[in-house]
Design a binder for this molecule. Structure first.
Ligand code: ATP
Length: 235
């Protein structure tokens, strides 16, 4: 499969000199689900926000669909959907409006059929007139995904979509992610949970202390290491 996101020697130092990313190289293949496994503070959020151009890299290069995230931000960003870890939605806004507004922000033409398709895909259509504050945590996360999909991105980044979520809701999220893959979107998600990566990923990357220790096909990795050894890598 062709590469859709190309990351070369990506480094990020925060003020004070702390090196959160220590030279990450990664090629993300079109159509895959890549799970980035890492423990607290490993650098997962920093990696995602730096790839997406929300955080400025100290050095290195990222291209999305051939567009440089720094030099050609608008073109690169328009190909990216980003689902942040925290739920940053307007509590009094309605679901459909939230997604409609997001599409407008990206300068995409109004298209009610597209919005309906996205909401149906996430089983949110019957909630389209609900206010965000009326929704459960799981439903709010779906709205975040709908928002991220509103401008028809090619690549979707999900930052710990199941952090602090119970097992049943986590499985719902896995189904959603599988459905999105089937619709042709490339997916990168971060997680603490080995079983989550194992359940949904095509490839698994392990990130620890700002370094990408490995990236491997899931089946090969699980056969080579197994859960126990993988856990050791995470610490
Ligand atoms: P978690 O699973 O807890 O969300 P993470 O893997 O996403 O963690 P990051 O949030 O990327 O990790 O943080 C990586 C490291 O960079 C941590 O040590 C964190 O304290 C540090 N860090 C993150 N943001 C900043 C910042 N704005 N300024 C200074 N240090 C930061």
């Amino acid at each position: 499969m062709p590469t859709i996101v190309d990351i070369q020697n990506l480094r990020k130092s925060y003020a004070g000199g702390f090196e959160a990313l220590k030279g990450v190289n990664l090629e993300i293949e079109q159509g895959e689900i890549l799970a980035l496994l890492g423990s607290n503070g490993a650098g997962k959020t920093t990696l995602i926000s730096t790839i997406c151009g929300i955080t400025t890299a100290t050095s290195g290069k990222v291209t999305v669909g051939g567009h440089d995230i720094k030099d050609d931000f608008r073109a690169a960003r328009s190909m990216i959907g980003l689902v942040p870890q925290e739920i940053n939605l307007e509590p009094f806004e309605r679901v459909l409006n939230t997604v409609r507004f997001s599409r407008g922000l990206f300068g995409r033409p109004a298209d009610e059929a597209v919005l309906e398709k996205i909401l149906r895909q996430l089983s949110l259509w019957d909630k389209k007139d609900s206010q965000i504050r009326e929704l459960s945590g799981g439903m709010k996360r779906r709205v975040l995904i709908a928002k991220a999909l509103s401008h028809d991105p090619k690549v979707l980044f999900l930052d710990e979509p199941t952090a602090g979520v119970d097992v049943e809701l986590r499985k719902d999220m896995w189904e959603i992610v599988a459905g999105l893959k089937a619709s042709g979107v490339t997916i990168i998600l971060t997680t603490h949970y080995i079983e989550e990566a194992e359940a949904i990923a095509d490839r698994i990357g392990v990130i620890a202390k700002g370094e990408l220790l490995l990236v491997e096909e899931k089946d090969a990795l699980m056969a080579r290491m197994g859960k126990k050894q993988l856990e050791v890598q995470l610490t």
